[in-house]
Design a binder for this molecule. Structure first.
Ligand code: HAM
Length: 427
Protein backbone atom coordinates (compact mmCIF):
# COMPACT_ATOMS: atom_id res chain seq x y z
CA UNK A 1 0.00 0.00 0.00
CA UNK A 2 1.41 3.44 -0.85
CA UNK A 3 2.21 5.47 2.24
CA UNK A 4 0.33 8.69 2.43
CA UNK A 5 1.37 11.65 4.56
CA UNK A 6 -0.84 12.42 7.54
CA UNK A 7 -3.26 15.32 7.16
CA UNK A 8 -2.36 18.26 9.35
CA UNK A 9 -4.09 21.53 10.26
CA UNK A 10 -3.81 24.53 7.92
CA UNK A 11 -0.88 26.88 8.51
CA UNK A 12 -1.43 29.53 11.16
CA UNK A 13 -4.41 27.84 12.82
CA UNK A 14 -4.29 25.62 15.86
CA UNK A 15 -6.20 23.26 18.06
CA UNK A 16 -7.08 24.42 21.54
CA UNK A 17 -6.63 21.17 23.45
CA UNK A 18 -7.94 20.55 26.99
CA UNK A 19 -4.86 21.94 28.79
CA UNK A 20 -5.17 25.27 26.97
CA UNK A 21 -8.95 25.25 26.71
CA UNK A 22 -9.10 25.51 30.52
CA UNK A 23 -7.45 28.96 30.42
CA UNK A 24 -9.65 29.98 27.46
CA UNK A 25 -12.66 29.07 29.59
CA UNK A 26 -11.41 31.26 32.46
CA UNK A 27 -10.83 34.19 30.08
CA UNK A 28 -14.20 33.82 28.36
CA UNK A 29 -16.07 33.41 31.63
CA UNK A 30 -14.40 36.52 33.07
CA UNK A 31 -15.30 38.36 29.84
CA UNK A 32 -18.99 37.58 29.92
CA UNK A 33 -19.12 38.27 33.67
CA UNK A 34 -17.49 41.69 33.19
CA UNK A 35 -19.79 42.53 30.28
CA UNK A 36 -22.95 41.44 32.10
CA UNK A 37 -22.00 43.41 35.22
CA UNK A 38 -22.13 46.55 33.07
CA UNK A 39 -25.39 45.61 31.37
CA UNK A 40 -24.05 44.30 28.03
CA UNK A 41 -26.02 41.60 26.23
CA UNK A 42 -24.51 38.74 24.29
CA UNK A 43 -25.01 38.24 20.55
CA UNK A 44 -23.65 35.78 18.03
CA UNK A 45 -22.95 36.96 14.51
CA UNK A 46 -22.04 35.18 11.27
CA UNK A 47 -18.44 34.39 10.43
CA UNK A 48 -19.00 35.06 6.72
CA UNK A 49 -19.88 38.58 5.69
CA UNK A 50 -20.16 40.48 2.39
CA UNK A 51 -16.80 41.87 1.33
CA UNK A 52 -18.32 45.39 1.14
CA UNK A 53 -18.95 45.34 4.88
CA UNK A 54 -15.24 44.96 5.54
CA UNK A 55 -13.95 47.13 2.71
CA UNK A 56 -16.29 50.00 3.52
CA UNK A 57 -16.17 49.54 7.30
CA UNK A 58 -12.63 48.55 8.16
CA UNK A 59 -11.06 50.23 5.11
CA UNK A 60 -9.60 48.74 1.96
CA UNK A 61 -6.23 50.34 2.74
CA UNK A 62 -5.83 48.54 6.07
CA UNK A 63 -4.10 45.17 6.52
CA UNK A 64 -7.15 43.53 8.09
CA UNK A 65 -9.48 45.00 5.45
CA UNK A 66 -7.53 44.03 2.33
CA UNK A 67 -4.37 41.96 2.04
CA UNK A 68 -5.12 39.79 5.09
CA UNK A 69 -8.70 39.15 4.04
CA UNK A 70 -9.83 35.55 3.45
CA UNK A 71 -12.05 35.73 0.36
CA UNK A 72 -14.26 32.74 -0.34
CA UNK A 73 -13.89 30.96 -3.70
CA UNK A 74 -16.53 32.02 -6.18
CA UNK A 75 -19.33 29.56 -6.81
CA UNK A 76 -22.76 31.03 -7.32
CA UNK A 77 -25.39 29.76 -4.94
CA UNK A 78 -29.08 29.12 -5.41
CA UNK A 79 -30.32 32.58 -4.52
CA UNK A 80 -27.98 34.07 -7.10
CA UNK A 81 -25.59 35.62 -4.59
CA UNK A 82 -22.06 34.94 -5.69
CA UNK A 83 -19.78 33.63 -2.96
CA UNK A 84 -17.04 35.73 -4.55
CA UNK A 85 -18.45 38.61 -2.58
CA UNK A 86 -18.09 36.86 0.77
CA UNK A 87 -15.19 36.92 3.20
CA UNK A 88 -14.32 35.40 6.57
CA UNK A 89 -14.69 38.29 9.02
CA UNK A 90 -11.37 39.79 10.17
CA UNK A 91 -12.98 41.72 13.04
CA UNK A 92 -16.42 42.07 14.57
CA UNK A 93 -17.21 45.78 14.90
CA UNK A 94 -18.54 46.31 11.37
CA UNK A 95 -20.70 43.18 11.80
CA UNK A 96 -22.03 44.47 15.13
CA UNK A 97 -23.07 47.76 13.56
CA UNK A 98 -24.68 45.92 10.63
CA UNK A 99 -26.56 43.61 13.03
CA UNK A 100 -27.68 46.57 15.17
CA UNK A 101 -29.46 48.10 12.19
CA UNK A 102 -30.54 44.91 10.49
CA UNK A 103 -32.10 43.68 13.74
CA UNK A 104 -33.78 47.07 14.39
CA UNK A 105 -31.91 47.53 17.65
CA UNK A 106 -31.61 51.20 16.64
CA UNK A 107 -35.32 51.56 17.28
CA UNK A 108 -35.33 50.74 21.00
CA UNK A 109 -33.74 52.51 23.97
CA UNK A 110 -30.27 53.87 23.20
CA UNK A 111 -27.42 53.19 23.49
CA UNK A 112 -27.34 49.44 22.93
CA UNK A 113 -24.61 47.54 24.75
CA UNK A 114 -23.56 44.30 23.08
CA UNK A 115 -20.80 41.74 23.36
CA UNK A 116 -19.73 38.62 21.53
CA UNK A 117 -16.96 36.05 21.80
CA UNK A 118 -15.94 34.26 18.63
CA UNK A 119 -13.39 33.51 15.92
CA UNK A 120 -11.86 35.98 13.48
CA UNK A 121 -9.62 35.34 10.47
CA UNK A 122 -6.63 37.28 9.18
CA UNK A 123 -4.24 35.92 6.58
CA UNK A 124 -1.15 37.39 8.20
CA UNK A 125 2.29 35.80 8.52
CA UNK A 126 1.82 33.31 11.36
CA UNK A 127 3.98 33.93 14.43
CA UNK A 128 3.92 33.24 18.13
CA UNK A 129 0.60 34.76 19.33
CA UNK A 130 -0.35 35.87 15.84
CA UNK A 131 -2.68 33.33 14.31
CA UNK A 132 -4.75 33.19 11.17
CA UNK A 133 -7.75 32.13 13.22
CA UNK A 134 -8.02 33.66 16.67
CA UNK A 135 -10.71 34.50 19.19
CA UNK A 136 -11.85 37.92 20.34
CA UNK A 137 -13.99 39.21 23.18
CA UNK A 138 -15.71 42.11 21.43
CA UNK A 139 -17.89 44.77 23.11
CA UNK A 140 -19.71 47.66 21.49
CA UNK A 141 -21.89 50.53 22.73
CA UNK A 142 -23.88 51.82 19.78
CA UNK A 143 -26.16 54.87 19.63
CA UNK A 144 -24.70 57.59 21.88
CA UNK A 145 -21.76 59.97 21.33
CA UNK A 146 -21.00 60.70 25.02
CA UNK A 147 -17.34 60.22 25.97
CA UNK A 148 -18.66 58.66 29.19
CA UNK A 149 -19.22 55.48 27.16
CA UNK A 150 -15.60 55.53 25.98
CA UNK A 151 -14.54 55.62 29.63
CA UNK A 152 -17.08 52.93 30.55
CA UNK A 153 -15.75 50.54 27.89
CA UNK A 154 -12.22 51.11 29.15
CA UNK A 155 -13.23 50.66 32.80
CA UNK A 156 -15.12 47.46 32.03
CA UNK A 157 -12.36 45.89 29.96
CA UNK A 158 -9.69 47.01 32.43
CA UNK A 159 -11.78 45.25 35.11
CA UNK A 160 -11.87 42.13 32.91
CA UNK A 161 -8.05 41.93 32.88
CA UNK A 162 -7.83 42.83 36.56
CA UNK A 163 -10.34 40.17 37.62
CA UNK A 164 -8.07 37.51 36.14
CA UNK A 165 -5.06 38.93 37.97
CA UNK A 166 -3.27 39.96 34.80
CA UNK A 167 -0.83 42.66 35.87
CA UNK A 168 1.85 44.62 34.04
CA UNK A 169 -0.73 45.89 31.56
CA UNK A 170 -0.20 49.38 30.17
CA UNK A 171 -3.19 51.28 28.86
CA UNK A 172 -2.27 53.59 25.99
CA UNK A 173 -4.67 56.37 25.07
CA UNK A 174 -5.01 58.84 22.23
CA UNK A 175 -7.57 60.86 20.30
CA UNK A 176 -7.36 60.87 16.52
CA UNK A 177 -9.90 63.67 16.01
CA UNK A 178 -12.83 63.64 13.64
CA UNK A 179 -13.88 64.80 10.17
CA UNK A 180 -13.69 68.36 11.46
CA UNK A 181 -10.07 68.49 12.60
CA UNK A 182 -8.36 65.46 11.11
CA UNK A 183 -8.06 66.78 7.53
CA UNK A 184 -5.94 69.73 8.72
CA UNK A 185 -3.83 67.40 10.78
CA UNK A 186 -3.31 65.04 7.86
CA UNK A 187 -2.12 67.98 5.78
CA UNK A 188 0.38 68.88 8.51
CA UNK A 189 1.52 65.26 8.53
CA UNK A 190 1.96 65.27 4.75
CA UNK A 191 3.91 68.54 4.92
CA UNK A 192 6.23 66.92 7.44
CA UNK A 193 6.67 63.64 5.56
CA UNK A 194 6.87 64.80 1.93
CA UNK A 195 10.48 66.04 2.16
CA UNK A 196 11.39 62.68 3.77
CA UNK A 197 9.76 60.52 1.11
CA UNK A 198 12.93 59.08 -0.37
CA UNK A 199 14.01 57.79 3.03
CA UNK A 200 10.74 55.93 3.69
CA UNK A 201 9.87 52.33 2.82
CA UNK A 202 7.93 51.95 -0.49
CA UNK A 203 4.65 51.34 1.37
CA UNK A 204 5.03 54.53 3.41
CA UNK A 205 5.94 56.51 0.29
CA UNK A 206 2.51 55.57 -0.98
CA UNK A 207 0.86 56.23 2.40
CA UNK A 208 2.12 59.83 2.50
CA UNK A 209 -0.24 60.66 -0.35
CA UNK A 210 -3.01 58.10 0.05
CA UNK A 211 -3.52 57.44 3.78
CA UNK A 212 -1.06 59.42 5.92
CA UNK A 213 -2.45 58.23 9.30
CA UNK A 214 -1.36 54.70 8.40
CA UNK A 215 2.27 55.95 8.42
CA UNK A 216 2.19 55.27 12.16
CA UNK A 217 1.34 51.58 11.57
CA UNK A 218 4.65 50.97 9.80
CA UNK A 219 6.97 48.43 11.41
CA UNK A 220 9.92 48.99 9.02
CA UNK A 221 13.11 50.05 10.84
CA UNK A 222 13.92 52.76 8.28
CA UNK A 223 10.64 54.61 8.98
CA UNK A 224 10.79 54.57 12.79
CA UNK A 225 13.15 57.55 13.37
CA UNK A 226 10.76 59.95 11.62
CA UNK A 227 7.76 59.15 13.78
CA UNK A 228 9.06 60.74 16.99
CA UNK A 229 9.28 64.24 15.49
CA UNK A 230 6.08 63.98 13.41
CA UNK A 231 3.28 66.43 14.24
CA UNK A 232 1.00 65.17 17.02
CA UNK A 233 -2.70 64.78 16.38
CA UNK A 234 -3.48 65.91 19.92
CA UNK A 235 -2.00 69.34 19.07
CA UNK A 236 -4.50 69.64 16.21
CA UNK A 237 -7.82 68.61 17.81
CA UNK A 238 -10.83 70.86 17.30
CA UNK A 239 -12.50 72.21 20.47
CA UNK A 240 -15.22 69.51 20.46
CA UNK A 241 -12.70 66.65 20.10
CA UNK A 242 -10.37 68.21 22.68
CA UNK A 243 -13.27 68.55 25.15
CA UNK A 244 -14.33 64.93 24.58
CA UNK A 245 -10.77 63.73 25.10
CA UNK A 246 -10.47 65.77 28.32
CA UNK A 247 -13.70 64.23 29.57
CA UNK A 248 -12.51 60.67 28.87
CA UNK A 249 -9.33 61.39 30.82
CA UNK A 250 -11.21 62.99 33.71
CA UNK A 251 -13.49 59.96 33.94
CA UNK A 252 -10.55 57.54 33.84
CA UNK A 253 -8.79 59.56 36.55
CA UNK A 254 -11.94 59.40 38.67
CA UNK A 255 -12.08 55.63 38.15
CA UNK A 256 -8.45 55.34 39.26
CA UNK A 257 -7.34 53.91 35.93
CA UNK A 258 -3.80 54.76 34.90
CA UNK A 259 -3.02 55.42 31.25
CA UNK A 260 -0.17 56.56 29.09
CA UNK A 261 -0.85 59.17 26.42
CA UNK A 262 0.57 58.01 23.09
CA UNK A 263 0.01 60.55 20.29
CA UNK A 264 1.22 57.97 17.73
CA UNK A 265 -1.41 55.39 18.63
CA UNK A 266 -3.70 55.32 15.56
CA UNK A 267 -4.85 51.65 15.50
CA UNK A 268 -4.85 49.64 12.29
CA UNK A 269 -8.48 50.10 11.21
CA UNK A 270 -9.90 53.08 9.32
CA UNK A 271 -13.17 53.62 11.16
CA UNK A 272 -11.92 55.32 14.31
CA UNK A 273 -12.77 58.86 15.37
CA UNK A 274 -11.69 60.56 18.60
CA UNK A 275 -10.76 58.09 21.39
CA UNK A 276 -8.48 55.16 20.60
CA UNK A 277 -6.85 52.93 23.19
CA UNK A 278 -4.85 49.76 23.52
CA UNK A 279 -3.78 47.43 26.33
CA UNK A 280 -0.19 46.36 26.06
CA UNK A 281 1.62 43.75 28.07
CA UNK A 282 5.33 44.12 28.61
CA UNK A 283 5.92 40.35 28.54
CA UNK A 284 4.52 40.04 25.01
CA UNK A 285 7.30 41.07 22.70
CA UNK A 286 7.26 43.29 19.62
CA UNK A 287 4.32 43.47 17.28
CA UNK A 288 2.25 41.02 19.32
CA UNK A 289 2.23 43.05 22.55
CA UNK A 290 -1.37 44.17 22.30
CA UNK A 291 -3.84 42.28 24.47
CA UNK A 292 -6.72 44.30 23.12
CA UNK A 293 -7.75 47.66 21.82
CA UNK A 294 -10.61 49.77 20.67
CA UNK A 295 -12.04 53.20 20.28
CA UNK A 296 -14.87 55.36 19.00
CA UNK A 297 -16.18 55.03 15.47
CA UNK A 298 -18.76 57.73 14.84
CA UNK A 299 -18.49 57.44 11.03
CA UNK A 300 -18.77 53.69 10.65
CA UNK A 301 -22.57 53.39 10.44
CA UNK A 302 -22.74 56.03 7.69
CA UNK A 303 -19.85 54.37 5.80
CA UNK A 304 -21.90 51.16 5.80
CA UNK A 305 -24.90 52.98 4.34
CA UNK A 306 -26.91 53.34 7.56
CA UNK A 307 -28.07 56.50 9.38
CA UNK A 308 -25.23 58.38 11.06
CA UNK A 309 -24.90 56.70 14.47
CA UNK A 310 -22.04 56.93 16.96
CA UNK A 311 -20.43 53.96 18.65
CA UNK A 312 -17.49 52.92 20.78
CA UNK A 313 -16.05 49.50 21.52
CA UNK A 314 -13.19 47.18 22.25
CA UNK A 315 -11.86 43.79 21.25
CA UNK A 316 -9.54 41.70 23.41
CA UNK A 317 -7.45 38.83 22.07
CA UNK A 318 -8.60 35.75 23.97
CA UNK A 319 -5.63 33.69 22.71
CA UNK A 320 -3.16 36.26 24.00
CA UNK A 321 -4.90 36.80 27.34
CA UNK A 322 -5.18 33.02 27.85
CA UNK A 323 -1.46 32.76 27.10
CA UNK A 324 -0.74 35.42 29.73
CA UNK A 325 -2.82 33.48 32.25
CA UNK A 326 -0.88 30.30 31.58
CA UNK A 327 2.59 31.70 31.27
CA UNK A 328 2.52 34.75 33.53
CA UNK A 329 0.41 33.48 36.37
CA UNK A 330 1.02 29.73 36.10
CA UNK A 331 -1.03 27.17 34.27
CA UNK A 332 -4.75 26.92 34.81
CA UNK A 333 -5.19 23.26 35.67
CA UNK A 334 -7.91 21.73 33.53
CA UNK A 335 -10.49 19.87 35.59
CA UNK A 336 -10.09 16.08 35.39
CA UNK A 337 -12.02 14.57 32.50
CA UNK A 338 -14.09 12.66 35.05
CA UNK A 339 -14.24 12.61 38.85
CA UNK A 340 -15.46 9.01 38.94
CA UNK A 341 -14.15 6.14 36.84
CA UNK A 342 -16.16 2.94 36.57
CA UNK A 343 -13.81 0.00 36.15
CA UNK A 344 -15.52 -3.28 35.21
CA UNK A 345 -13.28 -6.35 35.68
CA UNK A 346 -13.82 -9.10 33.15
CA UNK A 347 -15.96 -9.56 30.10
CA UNK A 348 -19.69 -9.09 29.61
CA UNK A 349 -20.02 -6.26 32.11
CA UNK A 350 -20.64 -3.38 29.69
CA UNK A 351 -24.32 -3.08 30.47
CA UNK A 352 -23.83 -3.18 34.25
CA UNK A 353 -20.93 -0.71 33.98
CA UNK A 354 -23.06 1.65 31.86
CA UNK A 355 -25.80 1.47 34.47
CA UNK A 356 -23.36 2.28 37.31
CA UNK A 357 -22.04 5.15 35.17
CA UNK A 358 -25.55 6.54 34.79
CA UNK A 359 -26.15 6.40 38.56
CA UNK A 360 -22.86 8.16 39.39
CA UNK A 361 -23.32 10.77 36.67
CA UNK A 362 -26.33 12.16 38.50
CA UNK A 363 -23.84 13.56 40.98
CA UNK A 364 -20.34 13.64 39.48
CA UNK A 365 -18.80 13.65 35.99
CA UNK A 366 -18.23 9.94 35.38
CA UNK A 367 -16.46 7.93 32.69
CA UNK A 368 -16.62 4.17 32.16
CA UNK A 369 -13.49 2.25 31.15
CA UNK A 370 -14.89 -0.27 28.62
CA UNK A 371 -11.43 -1.36 27.48
CA UNK A 372 -10.25 -4.97 27.67
CA UNK A 373 -7.19 -3.97 29.74
CA UNK A 374 -6.26 -5.70 33.00
CA UNK A 375 -7.52 -4.18 36.25
CA UNK A 376 -3.94 -3.19 37.04
CA UNK A 377 -3.67 -1.21 33.82
CA UNK A 378 -7.09 0.36 34.42
CA UNK A 379 -6.10 1.35 37.97
CA UNK A 380 -2.83 2.88 36.76
CA UNK A 381 -4.74 4.97 34.19
CA UNK A 382 -7.29 5.95 36.86
CA UNK A 383 -4.53 7.13 39.22
CA UNK A 384 -2.97 9.22 36.47
CA UNK A 385 -6.30 10.71 35.35
CA UNK A 386 -6.84 12.92 38.38
CA UNK A 387 -10.19 11.24 39.11
CA UNK A 388 -11.19 11.07 42.76
CA UNK A 389 -13.03 7.75 42.82
CA UNK A 390 -12.89 4.39 41.11
CA UNK A 391 -16.00 2.21 41.16
CA UNK A 392 -14.58 -1.29 40.62
CA UNK A 393 -16.86 -4.21 39.87
CA UNK A 394 -16.46 -7.91 38.87
CA UNK A 395 -19.19 -10.19 37.52
CA UNK A 396 -20.21 -11.45 40.96
CA UNK A 397 -20.49 -7.88 42.30
CA UNK A 398 -22.44 -6.80 39.24
CA UNK A 399 -24.85 -9.65 39.98
CA UNK A 400 -25.30 -8.33 43.55
CA UNK A 401 -25.57 -4.66 42.33
CA UNK A 402 -22.58 -3.49 44.36
CA UNK A 403 -19.20 -1.90 43.54
CA UNK A 404 -15.95 -1.51 45.41
CA UNK A 405 -15.76 2.27 45.74
CA UNK A 406 -12.15 3.32 46.08
CA UNK A 407 -11.08 6.81 47.07
CA UNK A 408 -8.08 7.32 44.78
CA UNK A 409 -6.63 10.04 46.98
CA UNK A 410 -6.74 8.29 50.39
CA UNK A 411 -6.66 4.73 49.05
CA UNK A 412 -9.65 3.87 51.24
CA UNK A 413 -12.00 1.31 49.69
CA UNK A 414 -15.41 -0.05 50.69
CA UNK A 415 -18.31 -1.96 49.19
CA UNK A 416 -21.25 0.26 48.22
CA UNK A 417 -24.62 -0.79 46.80
CA UNK A 418 -25.58 0.80 43.49
CA UNK A 419 -28.51 2.55 45.19
CA UNK A 420 -26.21 4.11 47.76
CA UNK A 421 -23.73 5.48 45.18
CA UNK A 422 -25.18 9.01 44.99
CA UNK A 423 -24.99 9.33 48.75
CA UNK A 424 -21.45 7.91 48.90
CA UNK A 425 -20.26 10.25 46.15
CA UNK A 426 -21.87 13.31 47.69
CA UNK A 427 -19.18 13.40 50.35
P1 HAM B 1 -7.68 44.85 16.70
O1 HAM B 1 -6.67 45.71 17.42
O2 HAM B 1 -7.46 44.59 15.27
O3 HAM B 1 -9.08 45.55 16.96
O4 HAM B 1 -7.78 43.46 17.45
C1 HAM B 1 -8.04 43.40 18.84
C2 HAM B 1 -7.17 42.34 19.51
O5 HAM B 1 -7.34 41.08 18.86
C3 HAM B 1 -5.67 42.59 19.44
O6 HAM B 1 -5.27 43.50 20.42
C4 HAM B 1 -5.12 41.20 19.68
O7 HAM B 1 -5.08 40.91 21.06
C5 HAM B 1 -6.15 40.32 19.01
N1 HAM B 1 -5.65 39.91 17.69
C6 HAM B 1 -5.70 40.61 16.53
N2 HAM B 1 -5.12 39.91 15.52
C7 HAM B 1 -4.70 38.74 16.06
C8 HAM B 1 -4.03 37.57 15.54
N3 HAM B 1 -3.69 37.49 14.25
N4 HAM B 1 -3.75 36.55 16.40
C9 HAM B 1 -4.09 36.62 17.69
N5 HAM B 1 -4.72 37.68 18.24
C10 HAM B 1 -5.03 38.72 17.44
C11 HAM B 1 -10.26 45.11 16.41
O8 HAM B 1 -10.42 44.03 15.92
C12 HAM B 1 -11.40 46.11 16.59
N6 HAM B 1 -12.61 45.51 15.99
C13 HAM B 1 -11.62 46.44 18.05
C14 HAM B 1 -12.78 47.37 18.28
C15 HAM B 1 -14.01 47.03 18.72
N7 HAM B 1 -12.78 48.66 18.03
C16 HAM B 1 -14.00 49.15 18.31
N8 HAM B 1 -14.75 48.15 18.72
Amino acid sequence: MPTRSAVRAARGVRDILPAERASFAVVEHAASEAARRYGYQEVELPIIEPVELIERGVGSDTDAGSKELYRLEPHGDADGESAARLVLRPEATASMVRAYFQGNLNQGAQPVRLFTIGPLFRHDKPQHLRYRQFTQFDVEVIGDPSPAYDAEVIEMTWGWLEAMGIGRVALELNSIGDANCRPQYLRALQDYYRPLRDRLCPECQRRVEENPLRLFDCKEAQCQPFMAAAPRITDHLCPACAAAFDEVRRLLDAAGIEYRLNPRLVRGLDYYTRTVFEYQHEALGGAQNSLGGGGRYDRLAADLGYPDTPGVGFAGGVDRVAYMLQHDLGAVTPPPAAEVLVLPMGEGLDRAAAQVGRLCRGLRPTAVDYSARSLRAKMRAADRSGARWAAIMNAEEAERHVVQLRNLISGEQREVGWDALPEALAR
